[in-house]
Design a protein around this ligand. Structure first.
Ligand code: ADP
Ligand code: MG
Length: 372
């Protein structure tokens, strides 16, 4: 690398003010951190690999944001407060413009969550990013996957399906976008929709709900705005850290949605069933699922596949007792974030999706058709 490894770390990753919260940060053999008395360390790692987790032409600032966001999302799902993170990276070359944009996106999100970079490793190689986050949570308050109870309400934050649609439009434009959109904003989402994504995405998008049920009716400009909004959700997920902290006192179990609601719900149900040594399943009321308005123009089978089996939503799915409903209504107002009750935990294994008449919808068929 033209820029040596240590110069690169100093220029783009070591901050002059030094560590704020860690006892010792970047520059020694280890960092030293100390959780507050009575708190456990919550630790999680996520790796992002080019071609698998992001497109090669992704905006490096967005990549810096997302690499940390997916890790903070795990802390949120555990009800943990962020403390710090390490960054291990392989870079094909030391491209200073790329590094400036990447570290800018990374630190903007880190600062927003008061989570500091305390160390890492830097090497030459195919682009690969691995972040480990450290947070703190009182051990009894952690939002584990195995705490769901039969009779709990199932809740989800924000809206679902937009990131998966953005990916689908890129990979299979003929199948998922009405006009085989030529994707004018592929690299930089329209700034007019870059409102605060922490707030309900329905308000951000500003797209009129469409009554179109086929691929031919909606106007292309409407789809372009919807796609720009969806791409923003894909590239700049907002980890629901404040929600996770508030749920410590309200939820029995939680998970963040990275691999699609049905699959992630399955993890909660199977771990909870094992913990209670009893069968557990769920009923989901499809009409109440908060599908992102960016998907309004798509046929229902695609909306079901994208919202329930797509991925990359980074919203929280949580199980809470019925008695928590009033507190959750208040929380929705104070966080300015949509919280939607989508179903119930049942004592029969399996997940069933019900339509407005209470009839079963075959969501396996929808997912199979669209994600083969
Ligand atoms: P070691 O040889 O002990 O692994 P390194 O020479 O790899 O240490 O790194 C020197 C210091 O720089 C360490 O404190 C390490 O945590 C930090 N560091 C290396 N790469 C990064 C990075 N990408 N971001 C932040 N800190 C880093
Ligand atoms: Mg090293």
């Amino acid at each position: 690398m033209a820029l040596g490894e240590f110069e690169l770390i100093r220029a783009y990753f070591e901050r002059s003010a030094g560590p704020r919260r860690a006892l010792l940060g970047i520059g020694d053999d280890c960092a030293l951190i100390q959780p507050a008395p009575g708190q456990s360390l919550a630790i999680s790692t996520d790796m992002l690999v080019e071609g698998r987790h992001f497109f090669a032409d992704v905006d490096p600032a967005a990549l810096g944001h997302k690499a940390l966001a997916v890790n903070l999302s795990d802390l949120a799902a555990m009800g943990a407060r962020p403390l710090g993170f390490t960054l291990a990276m392989a870079l094909p070359q030391a491209d200073e413009r790329w590094l400036a944009a990447f570290s800018g996106g990374l630190f903007a999100l880190a600062d927003a969550h008061d989570c500091e970079l305390i160390g890492g490793d830097t090497t030459r190689g195919p682009l690969n990013l691995c972040i480990t986050v450290f947070g703190e949570v009182p051990p009894d308050a952690a939002l584990r996957r195995d705490g769901a109870r039969v009779g709990d309400d199932l809740w989800v934050s924000g809206t679902l399906g937009a990131p998966a649609w953005a990916v689908a439009c890129r990979l299979q434009p003929e199948a998922f976008s009405m006009s085989g959109v030529d994707d004018p904003g592929a690299r930089s989402p329209d700034s007019t929709v870059a409102a605060n994504p922490d707030v309900d995405a329905r308000a951000d998008v500003g797209v009129q709900a469409s009554t179109a049920s086929t691929n031919t009716c909606a106007r292309p400009s409407t789809e372009h705005a919807a796609l720009a909004a969806a791409r923003l959700r894909l590239e700049r997920p907002q980890p629901r850290v404040a929600l996770g902290l508030a749920l410590r006192a309200l939820a029995n179990a939680a998970i963040d949605l990275s691999d699609g609601l049905i699959g992630d719900l399955g993890h909660v149900l199977s771990r909870s069933a094992t913990a209670r040594a009893a069968p557990m399943g769920a009923l989901i009321d499809w009409p109440s699922v908060p599908v992102d308005t960016a998907l309004d123009h798509l046929p229902d089978t695609q909306r079901i596949a994208l919202a329930l089996s797509g991925g990359d939503d980074y919203e929280l799915l949580f199980c809470a007792p019925v008695s928590a409903r009033p507190a959750l209504a208040v929380l929705r107002g104070s966080l300015g974030l949509t919280l939607t009750r989508i179903g119930t935990v049942t004592g029969e294994s399996g997940v069933q999706l019900l339509d407005a008449h209470g009839d079963r919808i075959d969501f396996h068929a929808a997912a199979f058709d669209h994600f083969r």
